[in-house]
Design a protein around this ligand. Structure first.
Ligand SMILES: CC(C)(COP(=O)(O)OP(=O)(O)OC[C@H]1O[C@@H](n2cnc3c(N)ncnc32)[C@H](O)[C@@H]1OP(=O)(O)O)[C@@H](O)C(=O)NCCC(=O)NCCS
Length: 193
């Protein structure tokens, strides 16, 4: 739904001199992509989220990424892949309609190759998912952010709604932050109906 295949020089989005030039093409995910996407998500979470979680939380989230249900989640999330010049998937990002919030897209599955963190890939994948959702008529955004991802969403204009817990197998809960970015937030004070 609304995918554009295109090439993006990621460093240019970070607005600073590049540590490395990462040239990626964005394309839609297909069933064949599930195994390498799982590998990327596991690697990404294990490395980039480690400092925010206890060992049992890490293990439970990694088990979820390896679970059969996760494939369905990936394929139901309008997932885009960022693929580098060598054909390697280096980031993902998707969105889904929220039945409980008409007109709102839930941003999902933003994961970045750890070696390429802080190069603008996360920003790229969220912005791409938002743009695709907008083209489908969804103009407000919501995310259940992992703790390590909160600064990314803040940088992209999201605000915190509440802290929460995401239930995982084995009675483990992952702390998360629910965040949103709505059209109402963009309006100046006093401009509300
Ligand atoms: C969260 C994540 C997607 C960020 O990806 P990224 O490519 O490193 O982020 P970007 O380079 O696009 O960062 C954009 C801006 O977000 C903010 N930001 C991102 N990561 C940050 C961090 N660890 N600490 C502080 N600010 C951060 C900064 O303002 C940054 O801009 P700057 O680099 O010019 O200062 C990545 O760390 C990741 O994949 N984490 C593990 C998987 C995960 O938990 N995903 C989230 C699911 S909700």
């Amino acid at each position: 739904m609304g995918f554009l295949e295109r090439q993006v020089d990621v460093h240019s989005l970070a607005g600073r001199p590049p540590l490395a030039v990462v040239r990626v093409v964005l394309k839609p995910a297909a069933a064949d992509d599930v195994p390498p996407v799982r590998d990327l998500h596991a690697r990404s979470f294990a490395t980039l989220a480690r400092s925010h979680h206890r060992k049992n939380e890490m293990a439970a989230q990694l088990a979820l990424i390896r679970s059969p249900d996760y494939a369905g989640e990936l394929l139901g999330a309008n997932l885009a892949l960022a693929v580098d010049g060598g054909g390697r998937i280096v980031a993902t990002g998707g969105w889904q309609p929220m039945p409980s919030r008409p007109g709102t897209a839930r941003i999902r599955k933003i994961f970045v190759e750890p070696a390429l963190a802080r190069q603008g890939l996360g920003r790229l994948m969220v912005s791409d998912a938002e743009a695709r959702a907008r083209r489908s008529g969804f103009n407000d955004f919501y995310v259940r952010a992992n703790l390590n991802a909160v600064p990314l969403y803040q940088a992209l204009g999201y605000r915190e709604i509440a802290e929460g817990l995401m239930a995982l197998d084995g009675g483990v809960s992952l702390p998360v932050v629910f965040m949103e970015k709505t059209r109402a937030m963009a309006k100046p004070p006093g401009d509300q109906p």
